[in-house]
Design a protein around this ligand. Structure first.
Ligand code: DGL
Length: 284
């Protein structure tokens, strides 16, 4: 029997990277129906300005709302950094970003009080991680590092090798002068580079570095909040359905997706048109 809990959770990202977050949500909440929207026609968001990203995110939220989602997960760090507040003002359903859950984990784990955050130019420039961490634990020393070359490396599958290591060394070398014991991978794509980041960072940080990504922390936050609001499907149900909406043609996405998702896409990919216009009324 269908009830409100059967409605899907909407997951939105600029493209393929949000599948790392979707993967964590499936592990945490296997019974949930999930509707993924990749804005593949307008990816990447990481180098775009705040206003543009906010507008794109509102367009995406409208589209997912029109499919009746019961909650929205903004899986993209850049969109979480620039648009979370606007989305929460605009929607009447619960809206989750990827920044706060992992920041909370990092603030609790760091012993030295020095935390590095890696992210796109947009995410780092927005100072969203810096502010969230300092609100959670005043006195922390946050070391933000914009890493614009890491998204293309991950998408091309260059997750190891000398070029990737050189790029990482360039970004991580300044950490040698800090006391960083905790590092946040503040971008959907960086979990794919985890081994390489771990390998290179041990030249500049202690070997027991806490390396955190948003996927698991976000999935746990979604599970807890929707549970409290009685919005979760019963775990007695069969595994949920997974659908994928893409604003560009699916071919390229399907090829790269497997890599990010850790398995082949078991649901259908559909091409959708997204309306690019300013949004005014409350939705959802
Ligand atoms: N999804 C973006 C993020 O997490 C990375 C890809 C992009 O630049 O659009 O910030």
């Amino acid at each position: 029997m269908n009830d409100a809990t059967d409605a899907p959770i909407g997951i939105f990202d600029s493209g393929v990277g949000g599948l790392t977050v979707m993967r964590a949500i499936i592990e945490e909440l296997p019974a949930e129906n999930l509707l993924y929207l990749g804005d593949t026609a307008r990816v990447p968001y990481g180098n775009r300005g705040a206003e543009t990203v906010r507008r794109y995110a509102l367009n995406a939220a409208e589209l997912l709302s029109s499919h009746g989602v019961k909650a929205l997960v903004v899986a993209c760090n850049t969109a979480s950094a620039f648009a979370l507040e606007a989305l929460r003002e605009h929607l009447t359903i619960p809206v989750f970003g990827v920044i706060e859950p992992v920041a909370r984990q990092a603030a609790a784990l760091s012993k030295s009080g020095d935390i590095a955050v890696l992210g796109t130019r947009g995410t780092i420039g927005s100072k969203a991680y810096q502010q969230t961490l300092l609100n959670l634990r005043p006195g922390l020393r946050v070391h933000p590092i914009a890493c614009p070359l890491l998204v293309p490396l991950a998408e091309e599958g260059w997750t190891a090798g000398s070029v990737t290591e050189q790029v990482l060394a360039h970004y991580l070398e300044p950490l040698a002068a800090t006391d960083v014991d905790t590092m946040i991978l503040g971008c959907t794509h960086y979990p794919l580079l985890r081994d390489a980041i771990e390998g290179v960072s041990c030249n500049y940080c202690p070997p027991e570095l806490n390396l955190l990504d948003s996927g698991r922390a976000t999935a746990q936050a979604v599970s807890e909040a929707l549970g409290e609001q009685d919005l979760l499907r019963s775990r007695n149900n069969a595994d949920g359905e997974h659908r994928f909406l893409l604003t560009d043609l699916p071919e390229g996405f399907v090829q790269t997706a497997q890599f990010f998702f850790g398995r082949s896409l078991d649901g259908a990919c559909e091409h959708v048109d997204i309306t690019d216009r300013a949004t005014s009324s409350a939705t959802g």
